[in-house]
Design a binder for this molecule. Structure first.
Ligand code: GLY
Length: 261
């Protein structure tokens, strides 16, 4: 599946489940002094989570252009981090919650896309027995329970909540351990989807106030899905990058080597 086909398949799946498909917003945040640049699919929707604005639909899906600065020091060091990337996502604003989000993630990955469930590992926040029980029921999976790695927010303040991540196992030839182990960053288990259960608004003092609604915010990196579905371990070897790299080589006259990758 090409990157374009993956993008289309994801958006169509959620459109068929009554999500309004919207185009990516600009990388430059509109009316949000807390953000320099859009770093997640949910960022343009913050006023919908806080209740400041009414969303055009209680269910939305997008493929959002992102630049994530929080882990930018990993770019060039791992096979899965980027400066610019595209984030696929589905949102519920006071509509479905944990069960709907988990069921749809699992259905898309295993039935529609056809990923072997044995290659998927799931996590849930240490406090979130409800999400863990849903994973048992929907997928027969025991979620690994984590603390801060299963809590998501777009910044120091604003909408946030516990999250549940899905990791793809690239196989035992790739070094690296399971989520929550000391060598989890090795690259064998790569996070390919995050279901965030947006329930709270965090203020500058760290106080959590329940949001007016229980919401869902998800994020799935297009480039990681391309690596997973194209049998490549390295995102930069997928069709989303090879033509760009070839063009750079043509223009500069410098061939790609393991040293200058
Ligand atoms: N908003 C969820 C994520 O970016 O992982």
């Amino acid at each position: 599946m090409t990157g374009n086909e993956i993008r289309e398949k994801f958006l169509k799946f959620f459109e068929e489940k009554q999500h309004l498909m919207l185009p990516s917003a600009s990388l430059i945040p509109q009316d949000d002094p807390t953000l320099l640049i859009i770093g997640a699919g949910m960022a343009p929707f913050k006023p919908f989570f806080t209740g400041k604005m009414k969303p055009p639909s209680p269910r939305i899906t997008t493929c959002q252009k992102c630049v994530r600065t929080g882990d930018i020091e990993n770019v060039g060091r791992t096979a899965r981090h980027h400066t610019f990337f595209e984030m696929l996502g589905n949102w519920s604003f006071g509509d479905y919650f944990k069960e709907g989000a988990i069921e749809m993630s699992w259905d898309l990955l295993t039935r529609v896309i056809g990923i072997d469930p044995a290659r998927l590992v799931v996590t849930a926040h240490e406090s979130d027995d409800e999400a863990a029980a849903i994973w048992r029921k929907v997928a027969g999976k025991e979620a690994i329970r984590l603390g801060k790695d299963n809590w998501w927010s777009a910044g120091d303040t604003g909408p946030c909540g516990p999250c549940s991540e899905i990791f793809y196992d690239f196989g035992e030839d790739v070094p690296g351990g399971m989520p929550g182990t000391p060598d989890e960053d090795g690259g064998r288990f790569v996070e390919i989807w995050n279901d965030v259960f947006m329930q709270y608004d965090r203020d500058a003092n760290g106080n959590l106030t329940p949001l007016p609604n229980k919401n869902v915010d998800t994020g799935a990196g297009l480039e990681r899905w391309a690596a997973m579905l194209q049998g490549k371990f390295d995102n930069y070897d997928t069709d989303l990058f090879v033509n760009l790299k070839r063009a750079v080589s043509d223009v500069t006259g410098v061939a790609e080597t393991p040293e200058n990758r």
